[in-house]
Design a protein around this ligand. Structure first.
Ligand SMILES: *Cc1c(COP(=O)(O)O)cnc(C)c1O
Length: 413
């Protein structure tokens, strides 16, 4: 692997290293331009972006219709705060509700904020509607979850590193094994107000639950009067081959949490979406955000959603994802344990005996493919949903030899 970076690249790498916190371990590539599925580094090399900013770029880099919406809105007004109304938020939340089939949407900025919004909403619903005694509300979460990086959210992570040194944490989040309906059933008690779940765990390693899990969990929640809270920040907006991953099992959550691709790759836009029964618990002063629902973000959200629907990105993801997954499975590799995913949310699991996934990603980078390992053993392939088959075929020609181990400095095997 060619980890001696070119001069311009290493200059920037050491600058970031010197002047910022070391909270990430990025691949040593410095990007300066992006268009569609392609990005270019400061040395002029072109790469296929197969991470797509953790699915925040489902529409690709700098989609012309999204850029146009940004430019138009920038000419008018960009920020009002929620102390005043603006003329973009209304249409945005209406269109979001119409696309998702809910009564209300509350816009935020980052995904973690939308998760926090959902937690506050469901807890208060628990006290006011379900009648749970004060401060006793429980929201069940899953092993292997990833819902963001706030202190409340990392507090219920099962990943030790996310938590170590950051306590004390908020109580009220019992955890159950992911994919296990019996465990969920056993964990519910009279104080349970919500079940917070990712339909596929992204950061947990592209973990797909057994078929029937989401619909089974939906039944339990309905029977027990527990809010089904779907974190579709990564799986939503077309990524898995449906508009939402819950659609695969015809599950309608009580609270739908969206983010990432709602910002169309230009601006953080997220939302907690629910019916009046839940949303009404928020009264003036209960919750807020300086930037949430701002006119620029709302205009971006509207354009981002329109592109996903107009270009049928869920349909593309479904069709290309199945084909691509078959191709990956057909690679005869001593290192690949299995391939899993839905639509264009795909994980290639590397055998423990072949070492971690990271060196595979480094070799892919040298061959012009940007992908990132998740959870040590998994290479995630999640390109923009605007990708075409020819480009994916070209990518396979680079990916197959790397999966077979060509040029990979792996420790084991
Ligand atoms: C990325 C992600 C989040 C957090 O979103 P941020 O915008 O990084 O705060 C939450 N949940 C899931 C499932 C995610 O993939």
């Amino acid at each position: 692997m060619s980890q001696t970076a070119a001069p311009r690249t290493s200059e920037i790498l050491s600058e970031v290293d010197r002047w910022s916190a070391h909270n990430y371990k990025p691949l040593p590539v410095v990007l300066e331009r992006g268009e569609g599925v392609w990005v270019w580094d400061v040395e002029g090399r072109r790469y296929l972006d197969m991470l797509a900013a953790y699915s925040a770029l489902n529409q690709g880099h700098r989609h012309p219709r999204i850029l146009q919406a940004v430019q138009d809105q920038m000419e008018r007004i960009t920020l009002t705060s929620r102390a005043f109304h603006n003329d973009q938020m209304g249409p945005f939340v209406r269109e979001l509700c119409q696309a998702t089939g809910f009564e209300k949407a509350l816009p935020m900025n980052t995904g973690a904020e939308a998760v926090e919004t959902a937690i506050k909403m469901v807890r208060k619903w628990g006290y006011e509607v379900k009648g749970v005694p004060a401060d006793k509300a429980e929201i069940i979460v899953c092993d292997g979850n990833f819902h963001g990086r706030t202190t409340t959210v990392v507090g219920f992570s099962s990943e030790e590193q996310y938590k170590e040194g950051f306590g004390p944490f908020a109580p009220g989040f019992p955890r159950v094994p992911y994919g296990d309906l019996d465990a969920l059933r056993d964990a519910v008690n009279e104080n349970t107000v919500g079940f917070l779940v990712e339909p596929i765990q992204g950061e947990g390693g592209v973990t797909v639950p057994p078929e029937g899990y989401l619909s089974g969990a939906r039944e339990i929640c309905t029977r027990e009067n527990v809010a089904f809270m779907a974190d579709e920040i990564q799986t939503g907006l077309g990524r898995t081959g449906r508009l939402f991953c819950c659609d695969w099992e015809e599950v309608r959550p009580d609270v739908l949490i969206v983010g990432k691709a709602l910002g169309g790759g230009v601006y953080p836009v997220s939302a907690a979406i629910a019916d009046d029964e839940y949303m009404y618990v928020f009264r003036p002063g209960d919750h807020g955000s300086t930037f949430g629902g701002n006119p620029l973000g709302a205009a971006v959200g509207r354009a981002s959603l329109k592109v996903i629907l107009d270009e049928d990105l869920p349909g593309k993801s479904d069709e290309l994802g199945s084909w691509f997954m078959d191709e990956l499975r057909a690679v005869d590799s001593p290192h690949v344990d299995h391939v899993r995913g839905k639509g264009l949310m795909i994980g290639v699991v590397i055998k423990e005996s072949s070492g971690p996934a990271r060196p595979f990603c480094e070799t892919l980078m040298d061959r012009g493919i940007l992908a990132k390992e998740t959870h040590h053993q998994v290479i995630r392939f999640a390109p923009p949903l605007t990708i075409d088959k020819g480009t994916l075929e070209g990518a396979m020609e680079e990916i197959a030899p790397v999966l077979r181990g060509e040029g990979v400095e792996h420790s084991g095997g």
